[in-house]
Structure formats: C-alpha cells, structure tokens
Design a protein around this ligand. Sequence first.
Ligand code: FES
Length: 98
Amino acid sequence: MKSRHIDLAFAATERSLSISQDETVLQVLIKHKIPIKHACLNGVCGVCLTPLLAGEIDYGQQQPRGLNQKELAQGYFLPCIARCQSDITIAEPKVKVR
Ligand code: FES
C-alpha cells in the first residue's frame, strides 16, 4: 500500500509524518501526539478544522458538513474524514487544545 506524507508547517514542530491510504489525517496526527481537538469524527462539528497549505485530500463518501463556504475558501479542511491523495502540508489546527 502506497504511503504519503503529511508535512507539518508549525513553527515548533516542523516534521513529516507517514500516512497510509486507509488512515485519516486525524488518526495520524493523534498517533503522533500532535495537539488537535476533535469531537464528532464524521465531518459535522468542525472542531478539527485545519489549514491545508499544499496537496490534495479526499473525503470519499463523506461530506465535510462542518466546513462553511468561507472556511473552504480560506483553505481549511476536516482531518477527521480526510485521506491523502498526495503528500500534503498543513498548518496548525484552528482550535487550540487547552
Ligand atoms: S471532529 Fe468533528 S468535524 Fe472533525
């Protein structure tokens, strides 16, 4: 199975994580203990909102209902339902973990 990479473009944690085709971006971030808030895990609540700086993601059969038009236009995506179509680069998730 082909693996891709998630590049983290946050100042303090710049690094690259491997992701396989059957994993969501959120699963990989959690596995590597990258701080990201999450709740519904099905693209509805919008809590996991994260900026996608480069690359392509795919939501498969699921709909990113937690994302409004403005957030979409600003390049945000929902890692809880997103799988990588290419290597991607993300910025720090929008909602801070306290
Ligand atoms: S955790 Fe709810 S939209 Fe991602």
